[in-house]
Ligand binder design. Structure first.
Ligand SMILES: NC(=O)C1=CN([C@@H]2O[C@H](COP(=O)(O)OP(=O)(O)OC[C@H]3O[C@@H](n4cnc5c(N)ncnc54)[C@H](OP(=O)(O)O)[C@@H]3O)[C@@H](O)[C@H]2O)C=CC1
Ligand SMILES: CC(=O)[C@@H](O)[C@H](O)COP(=O)(O)O
Ligand SMILES: [Mn+2]
Length: 388
């Protein structure tokens, strides 16, 4: 029986994970569920899945959650320290890291250090602190399985236990991008787009922050950096291909000309079920892929001049050190401002660009350096946003 802590249980990944868990009560058990402020949703999940531990990150919500779970047998805890306990405690052997944004960094590191099987959705953590996460995994002796659909696809297309990409005969990693809701639009057409339009992803149903990232192509930029760390791949070996149908989830090209791809309907339960059951496979509730209905698979080059965030992510990756921490922090601040209608859509890329120029990159030697770069970049981004 796999005993799971699900961090970000009330979100989109949390819901998909619990759907897979519910299909296999003989294999998977949710032993801890954590969320930020959504007491109603968390309480309902706890009453249904009966975890040992329910954690609400915002201490102001503790009393309300205690009231809702009184007599349920579920222990309630609150605050950031309690989220770390949910990630590292003995109640679980597997952690689903599905908190959105930098808020998930420390619990992701805690799970890695504690030697858990880490199912990583929280891509911002690896973008902010890829090397620290690798070290934490090494120290803890656990394993990481990617949930992000592209990285899960690449993982499936690589040979098991390969020493490195060169030894495995890999020439390139091809990350597919849907292009988002604004694919094909010009810069002028993007000036007045709304948060509602940006969050209307053509293929995937996801949280608002990642939906905006897909619309700017920053999601793909974060994923290039994620692939760099997960697969020890140089930036030059990671190429982005726009594939509007989101059926091919990514590909690996080998030196002999073979290209292996993983295909499926755009439903995160496939990647989640794969990672939960690995190395076995379990039913995920996902409809069979009907290629005749899909009929065609299109591919095109990304428009880096219009969707500048992807180019900025490559720049930050090449700069190294805390540049990717700065990229992530500026993006989080800019996306929040856009969602609150304080910043127009093109202002997201402008903020990140200016922030990368304003904040020097440092070697990401420890967590304090990373957190300091994150804070400095957020202050700078807020200043830039106010000036735009
Ligand atoms: N959705 C998807 O299909 C995919 C998502 N991802 C990645 O997975 C992560 C989650 O995405 P998604 O599920 O869409 O996001 P959602 O916005 O749907 O959910 C976010 C979750 O994080 C919780 N949360 C937010 N802040 C905190 C905090 N400070 N402490 C504890 N919990 C917190 C929220 O709790 P509350 O409800 O209480 O606010 C909620 O449970 C992101 O990093 C995203 O990039 C990757 C690939 C695909
Ligand atoms: C489901 C998933 O993994 C998302 O990251 C998805 O890839 C977003 O789609 P885009 O290709 O539009 O960024
Ligand atoms: Mn993805």
């Amino acid at each position: 029986m796999r005993r799971l802590a699900i961090l970000g249980a009330t979100g989109s990944i949390g819901a998909s994970t619990l759907d897979v868990v519910a299909r296999h009560p003989d294999r998977f058990q949710a032993t801890a569920l954590a969320a930020h402020r959504n007491v109603d949703a968390l309480a309902q999940l706890c009453l249904r899945f009966r975890p040992q531990l329910a954690v609400i990150a915002d201490p102001a919500c503790e009393a309300a959650l205690r009231e809702r779970l009184a007599g349920s047998g579920c222990r309630v805890a609150a605050g950031p320290q309690a989220v770390l306990e949910a990630a590292a405690g003995s109640h679980c052997d597997t952690v689903v890291a599905a908190i959105v944004g930098a808020a998930g960094l420390e619990s992701t590191l805690a799970a890695a250090r504690a030697g858990k099987r880490l199912l990583l959705a929280n891509k911002e953590a690896i973008v902010m602190a890829g090397r620290l996460l690798a070290k934490a995994l090494e120290d803890g002796g656990g394993e990481l399985l990617p949930l992000d659909s592209e990285h899960n696809a690449i993982f499936q297309c690589l040979p098991p236990r390969h020493a490195n990409l060169a030894a495995a005969g890999v020439r390139r990693i091809l990350l597919t991008a849907s292009g988002g809701p604004f694919r094909g639009r010009t810069s002028a057409e993007l000036a007045g787009v709304t948060p509602e339009q940006a969050c209307a992803h053509p293929n995937w149903s996801m949280g608002r922050k990642i939906s905006v990232d897909s619309a700017t192509l920053m999601n793909k930029g974060l994923e290039v950096i994620e692939a760099h760390h997960l697969f020890d791949a140089a930036a030059e070996r990671i190429e982005v291909v726009v594939h509007p149908q989101s059926i091919v989830h990514s590909l690996v090209e080998y030196v002999d000309g073979s290209v292996l791809a993983q295909l499926g309907n755009p439903d995160m339960r496939t990647a989640i079920a794969y990672a939960l059951a690995w190395p076995e496979r379990v039913e995920a509730g996902v409809a069979a892929l009907d290629l005749l209905k899909v009929a065609r698979l299109d591919f095109e080059a990304p428009d880096l001049a219009t969707f500048r965030c992807l180019a900025l992510a490559y720049e930050a990756l090449r700069a190294g050190g805390t540049a990717t921490t700065v990229l992530n922090a500026a993006n989080e601040e800019a996306v929040a401002a856009f969602l609150e209608r304080r910043l127009p859509f093109p202002g997201i890329a402008q903020t990140i660009d200016r922030c990368l120029n304003a904040v020097d990159s440092q070697p990401a030697t420890d967590l304090d350096v990373v957190l300091d770069a994150d804070l400095t970049a957020r202050r700078e981004a807020q200043r830039i946003i106010a000036s735009l």
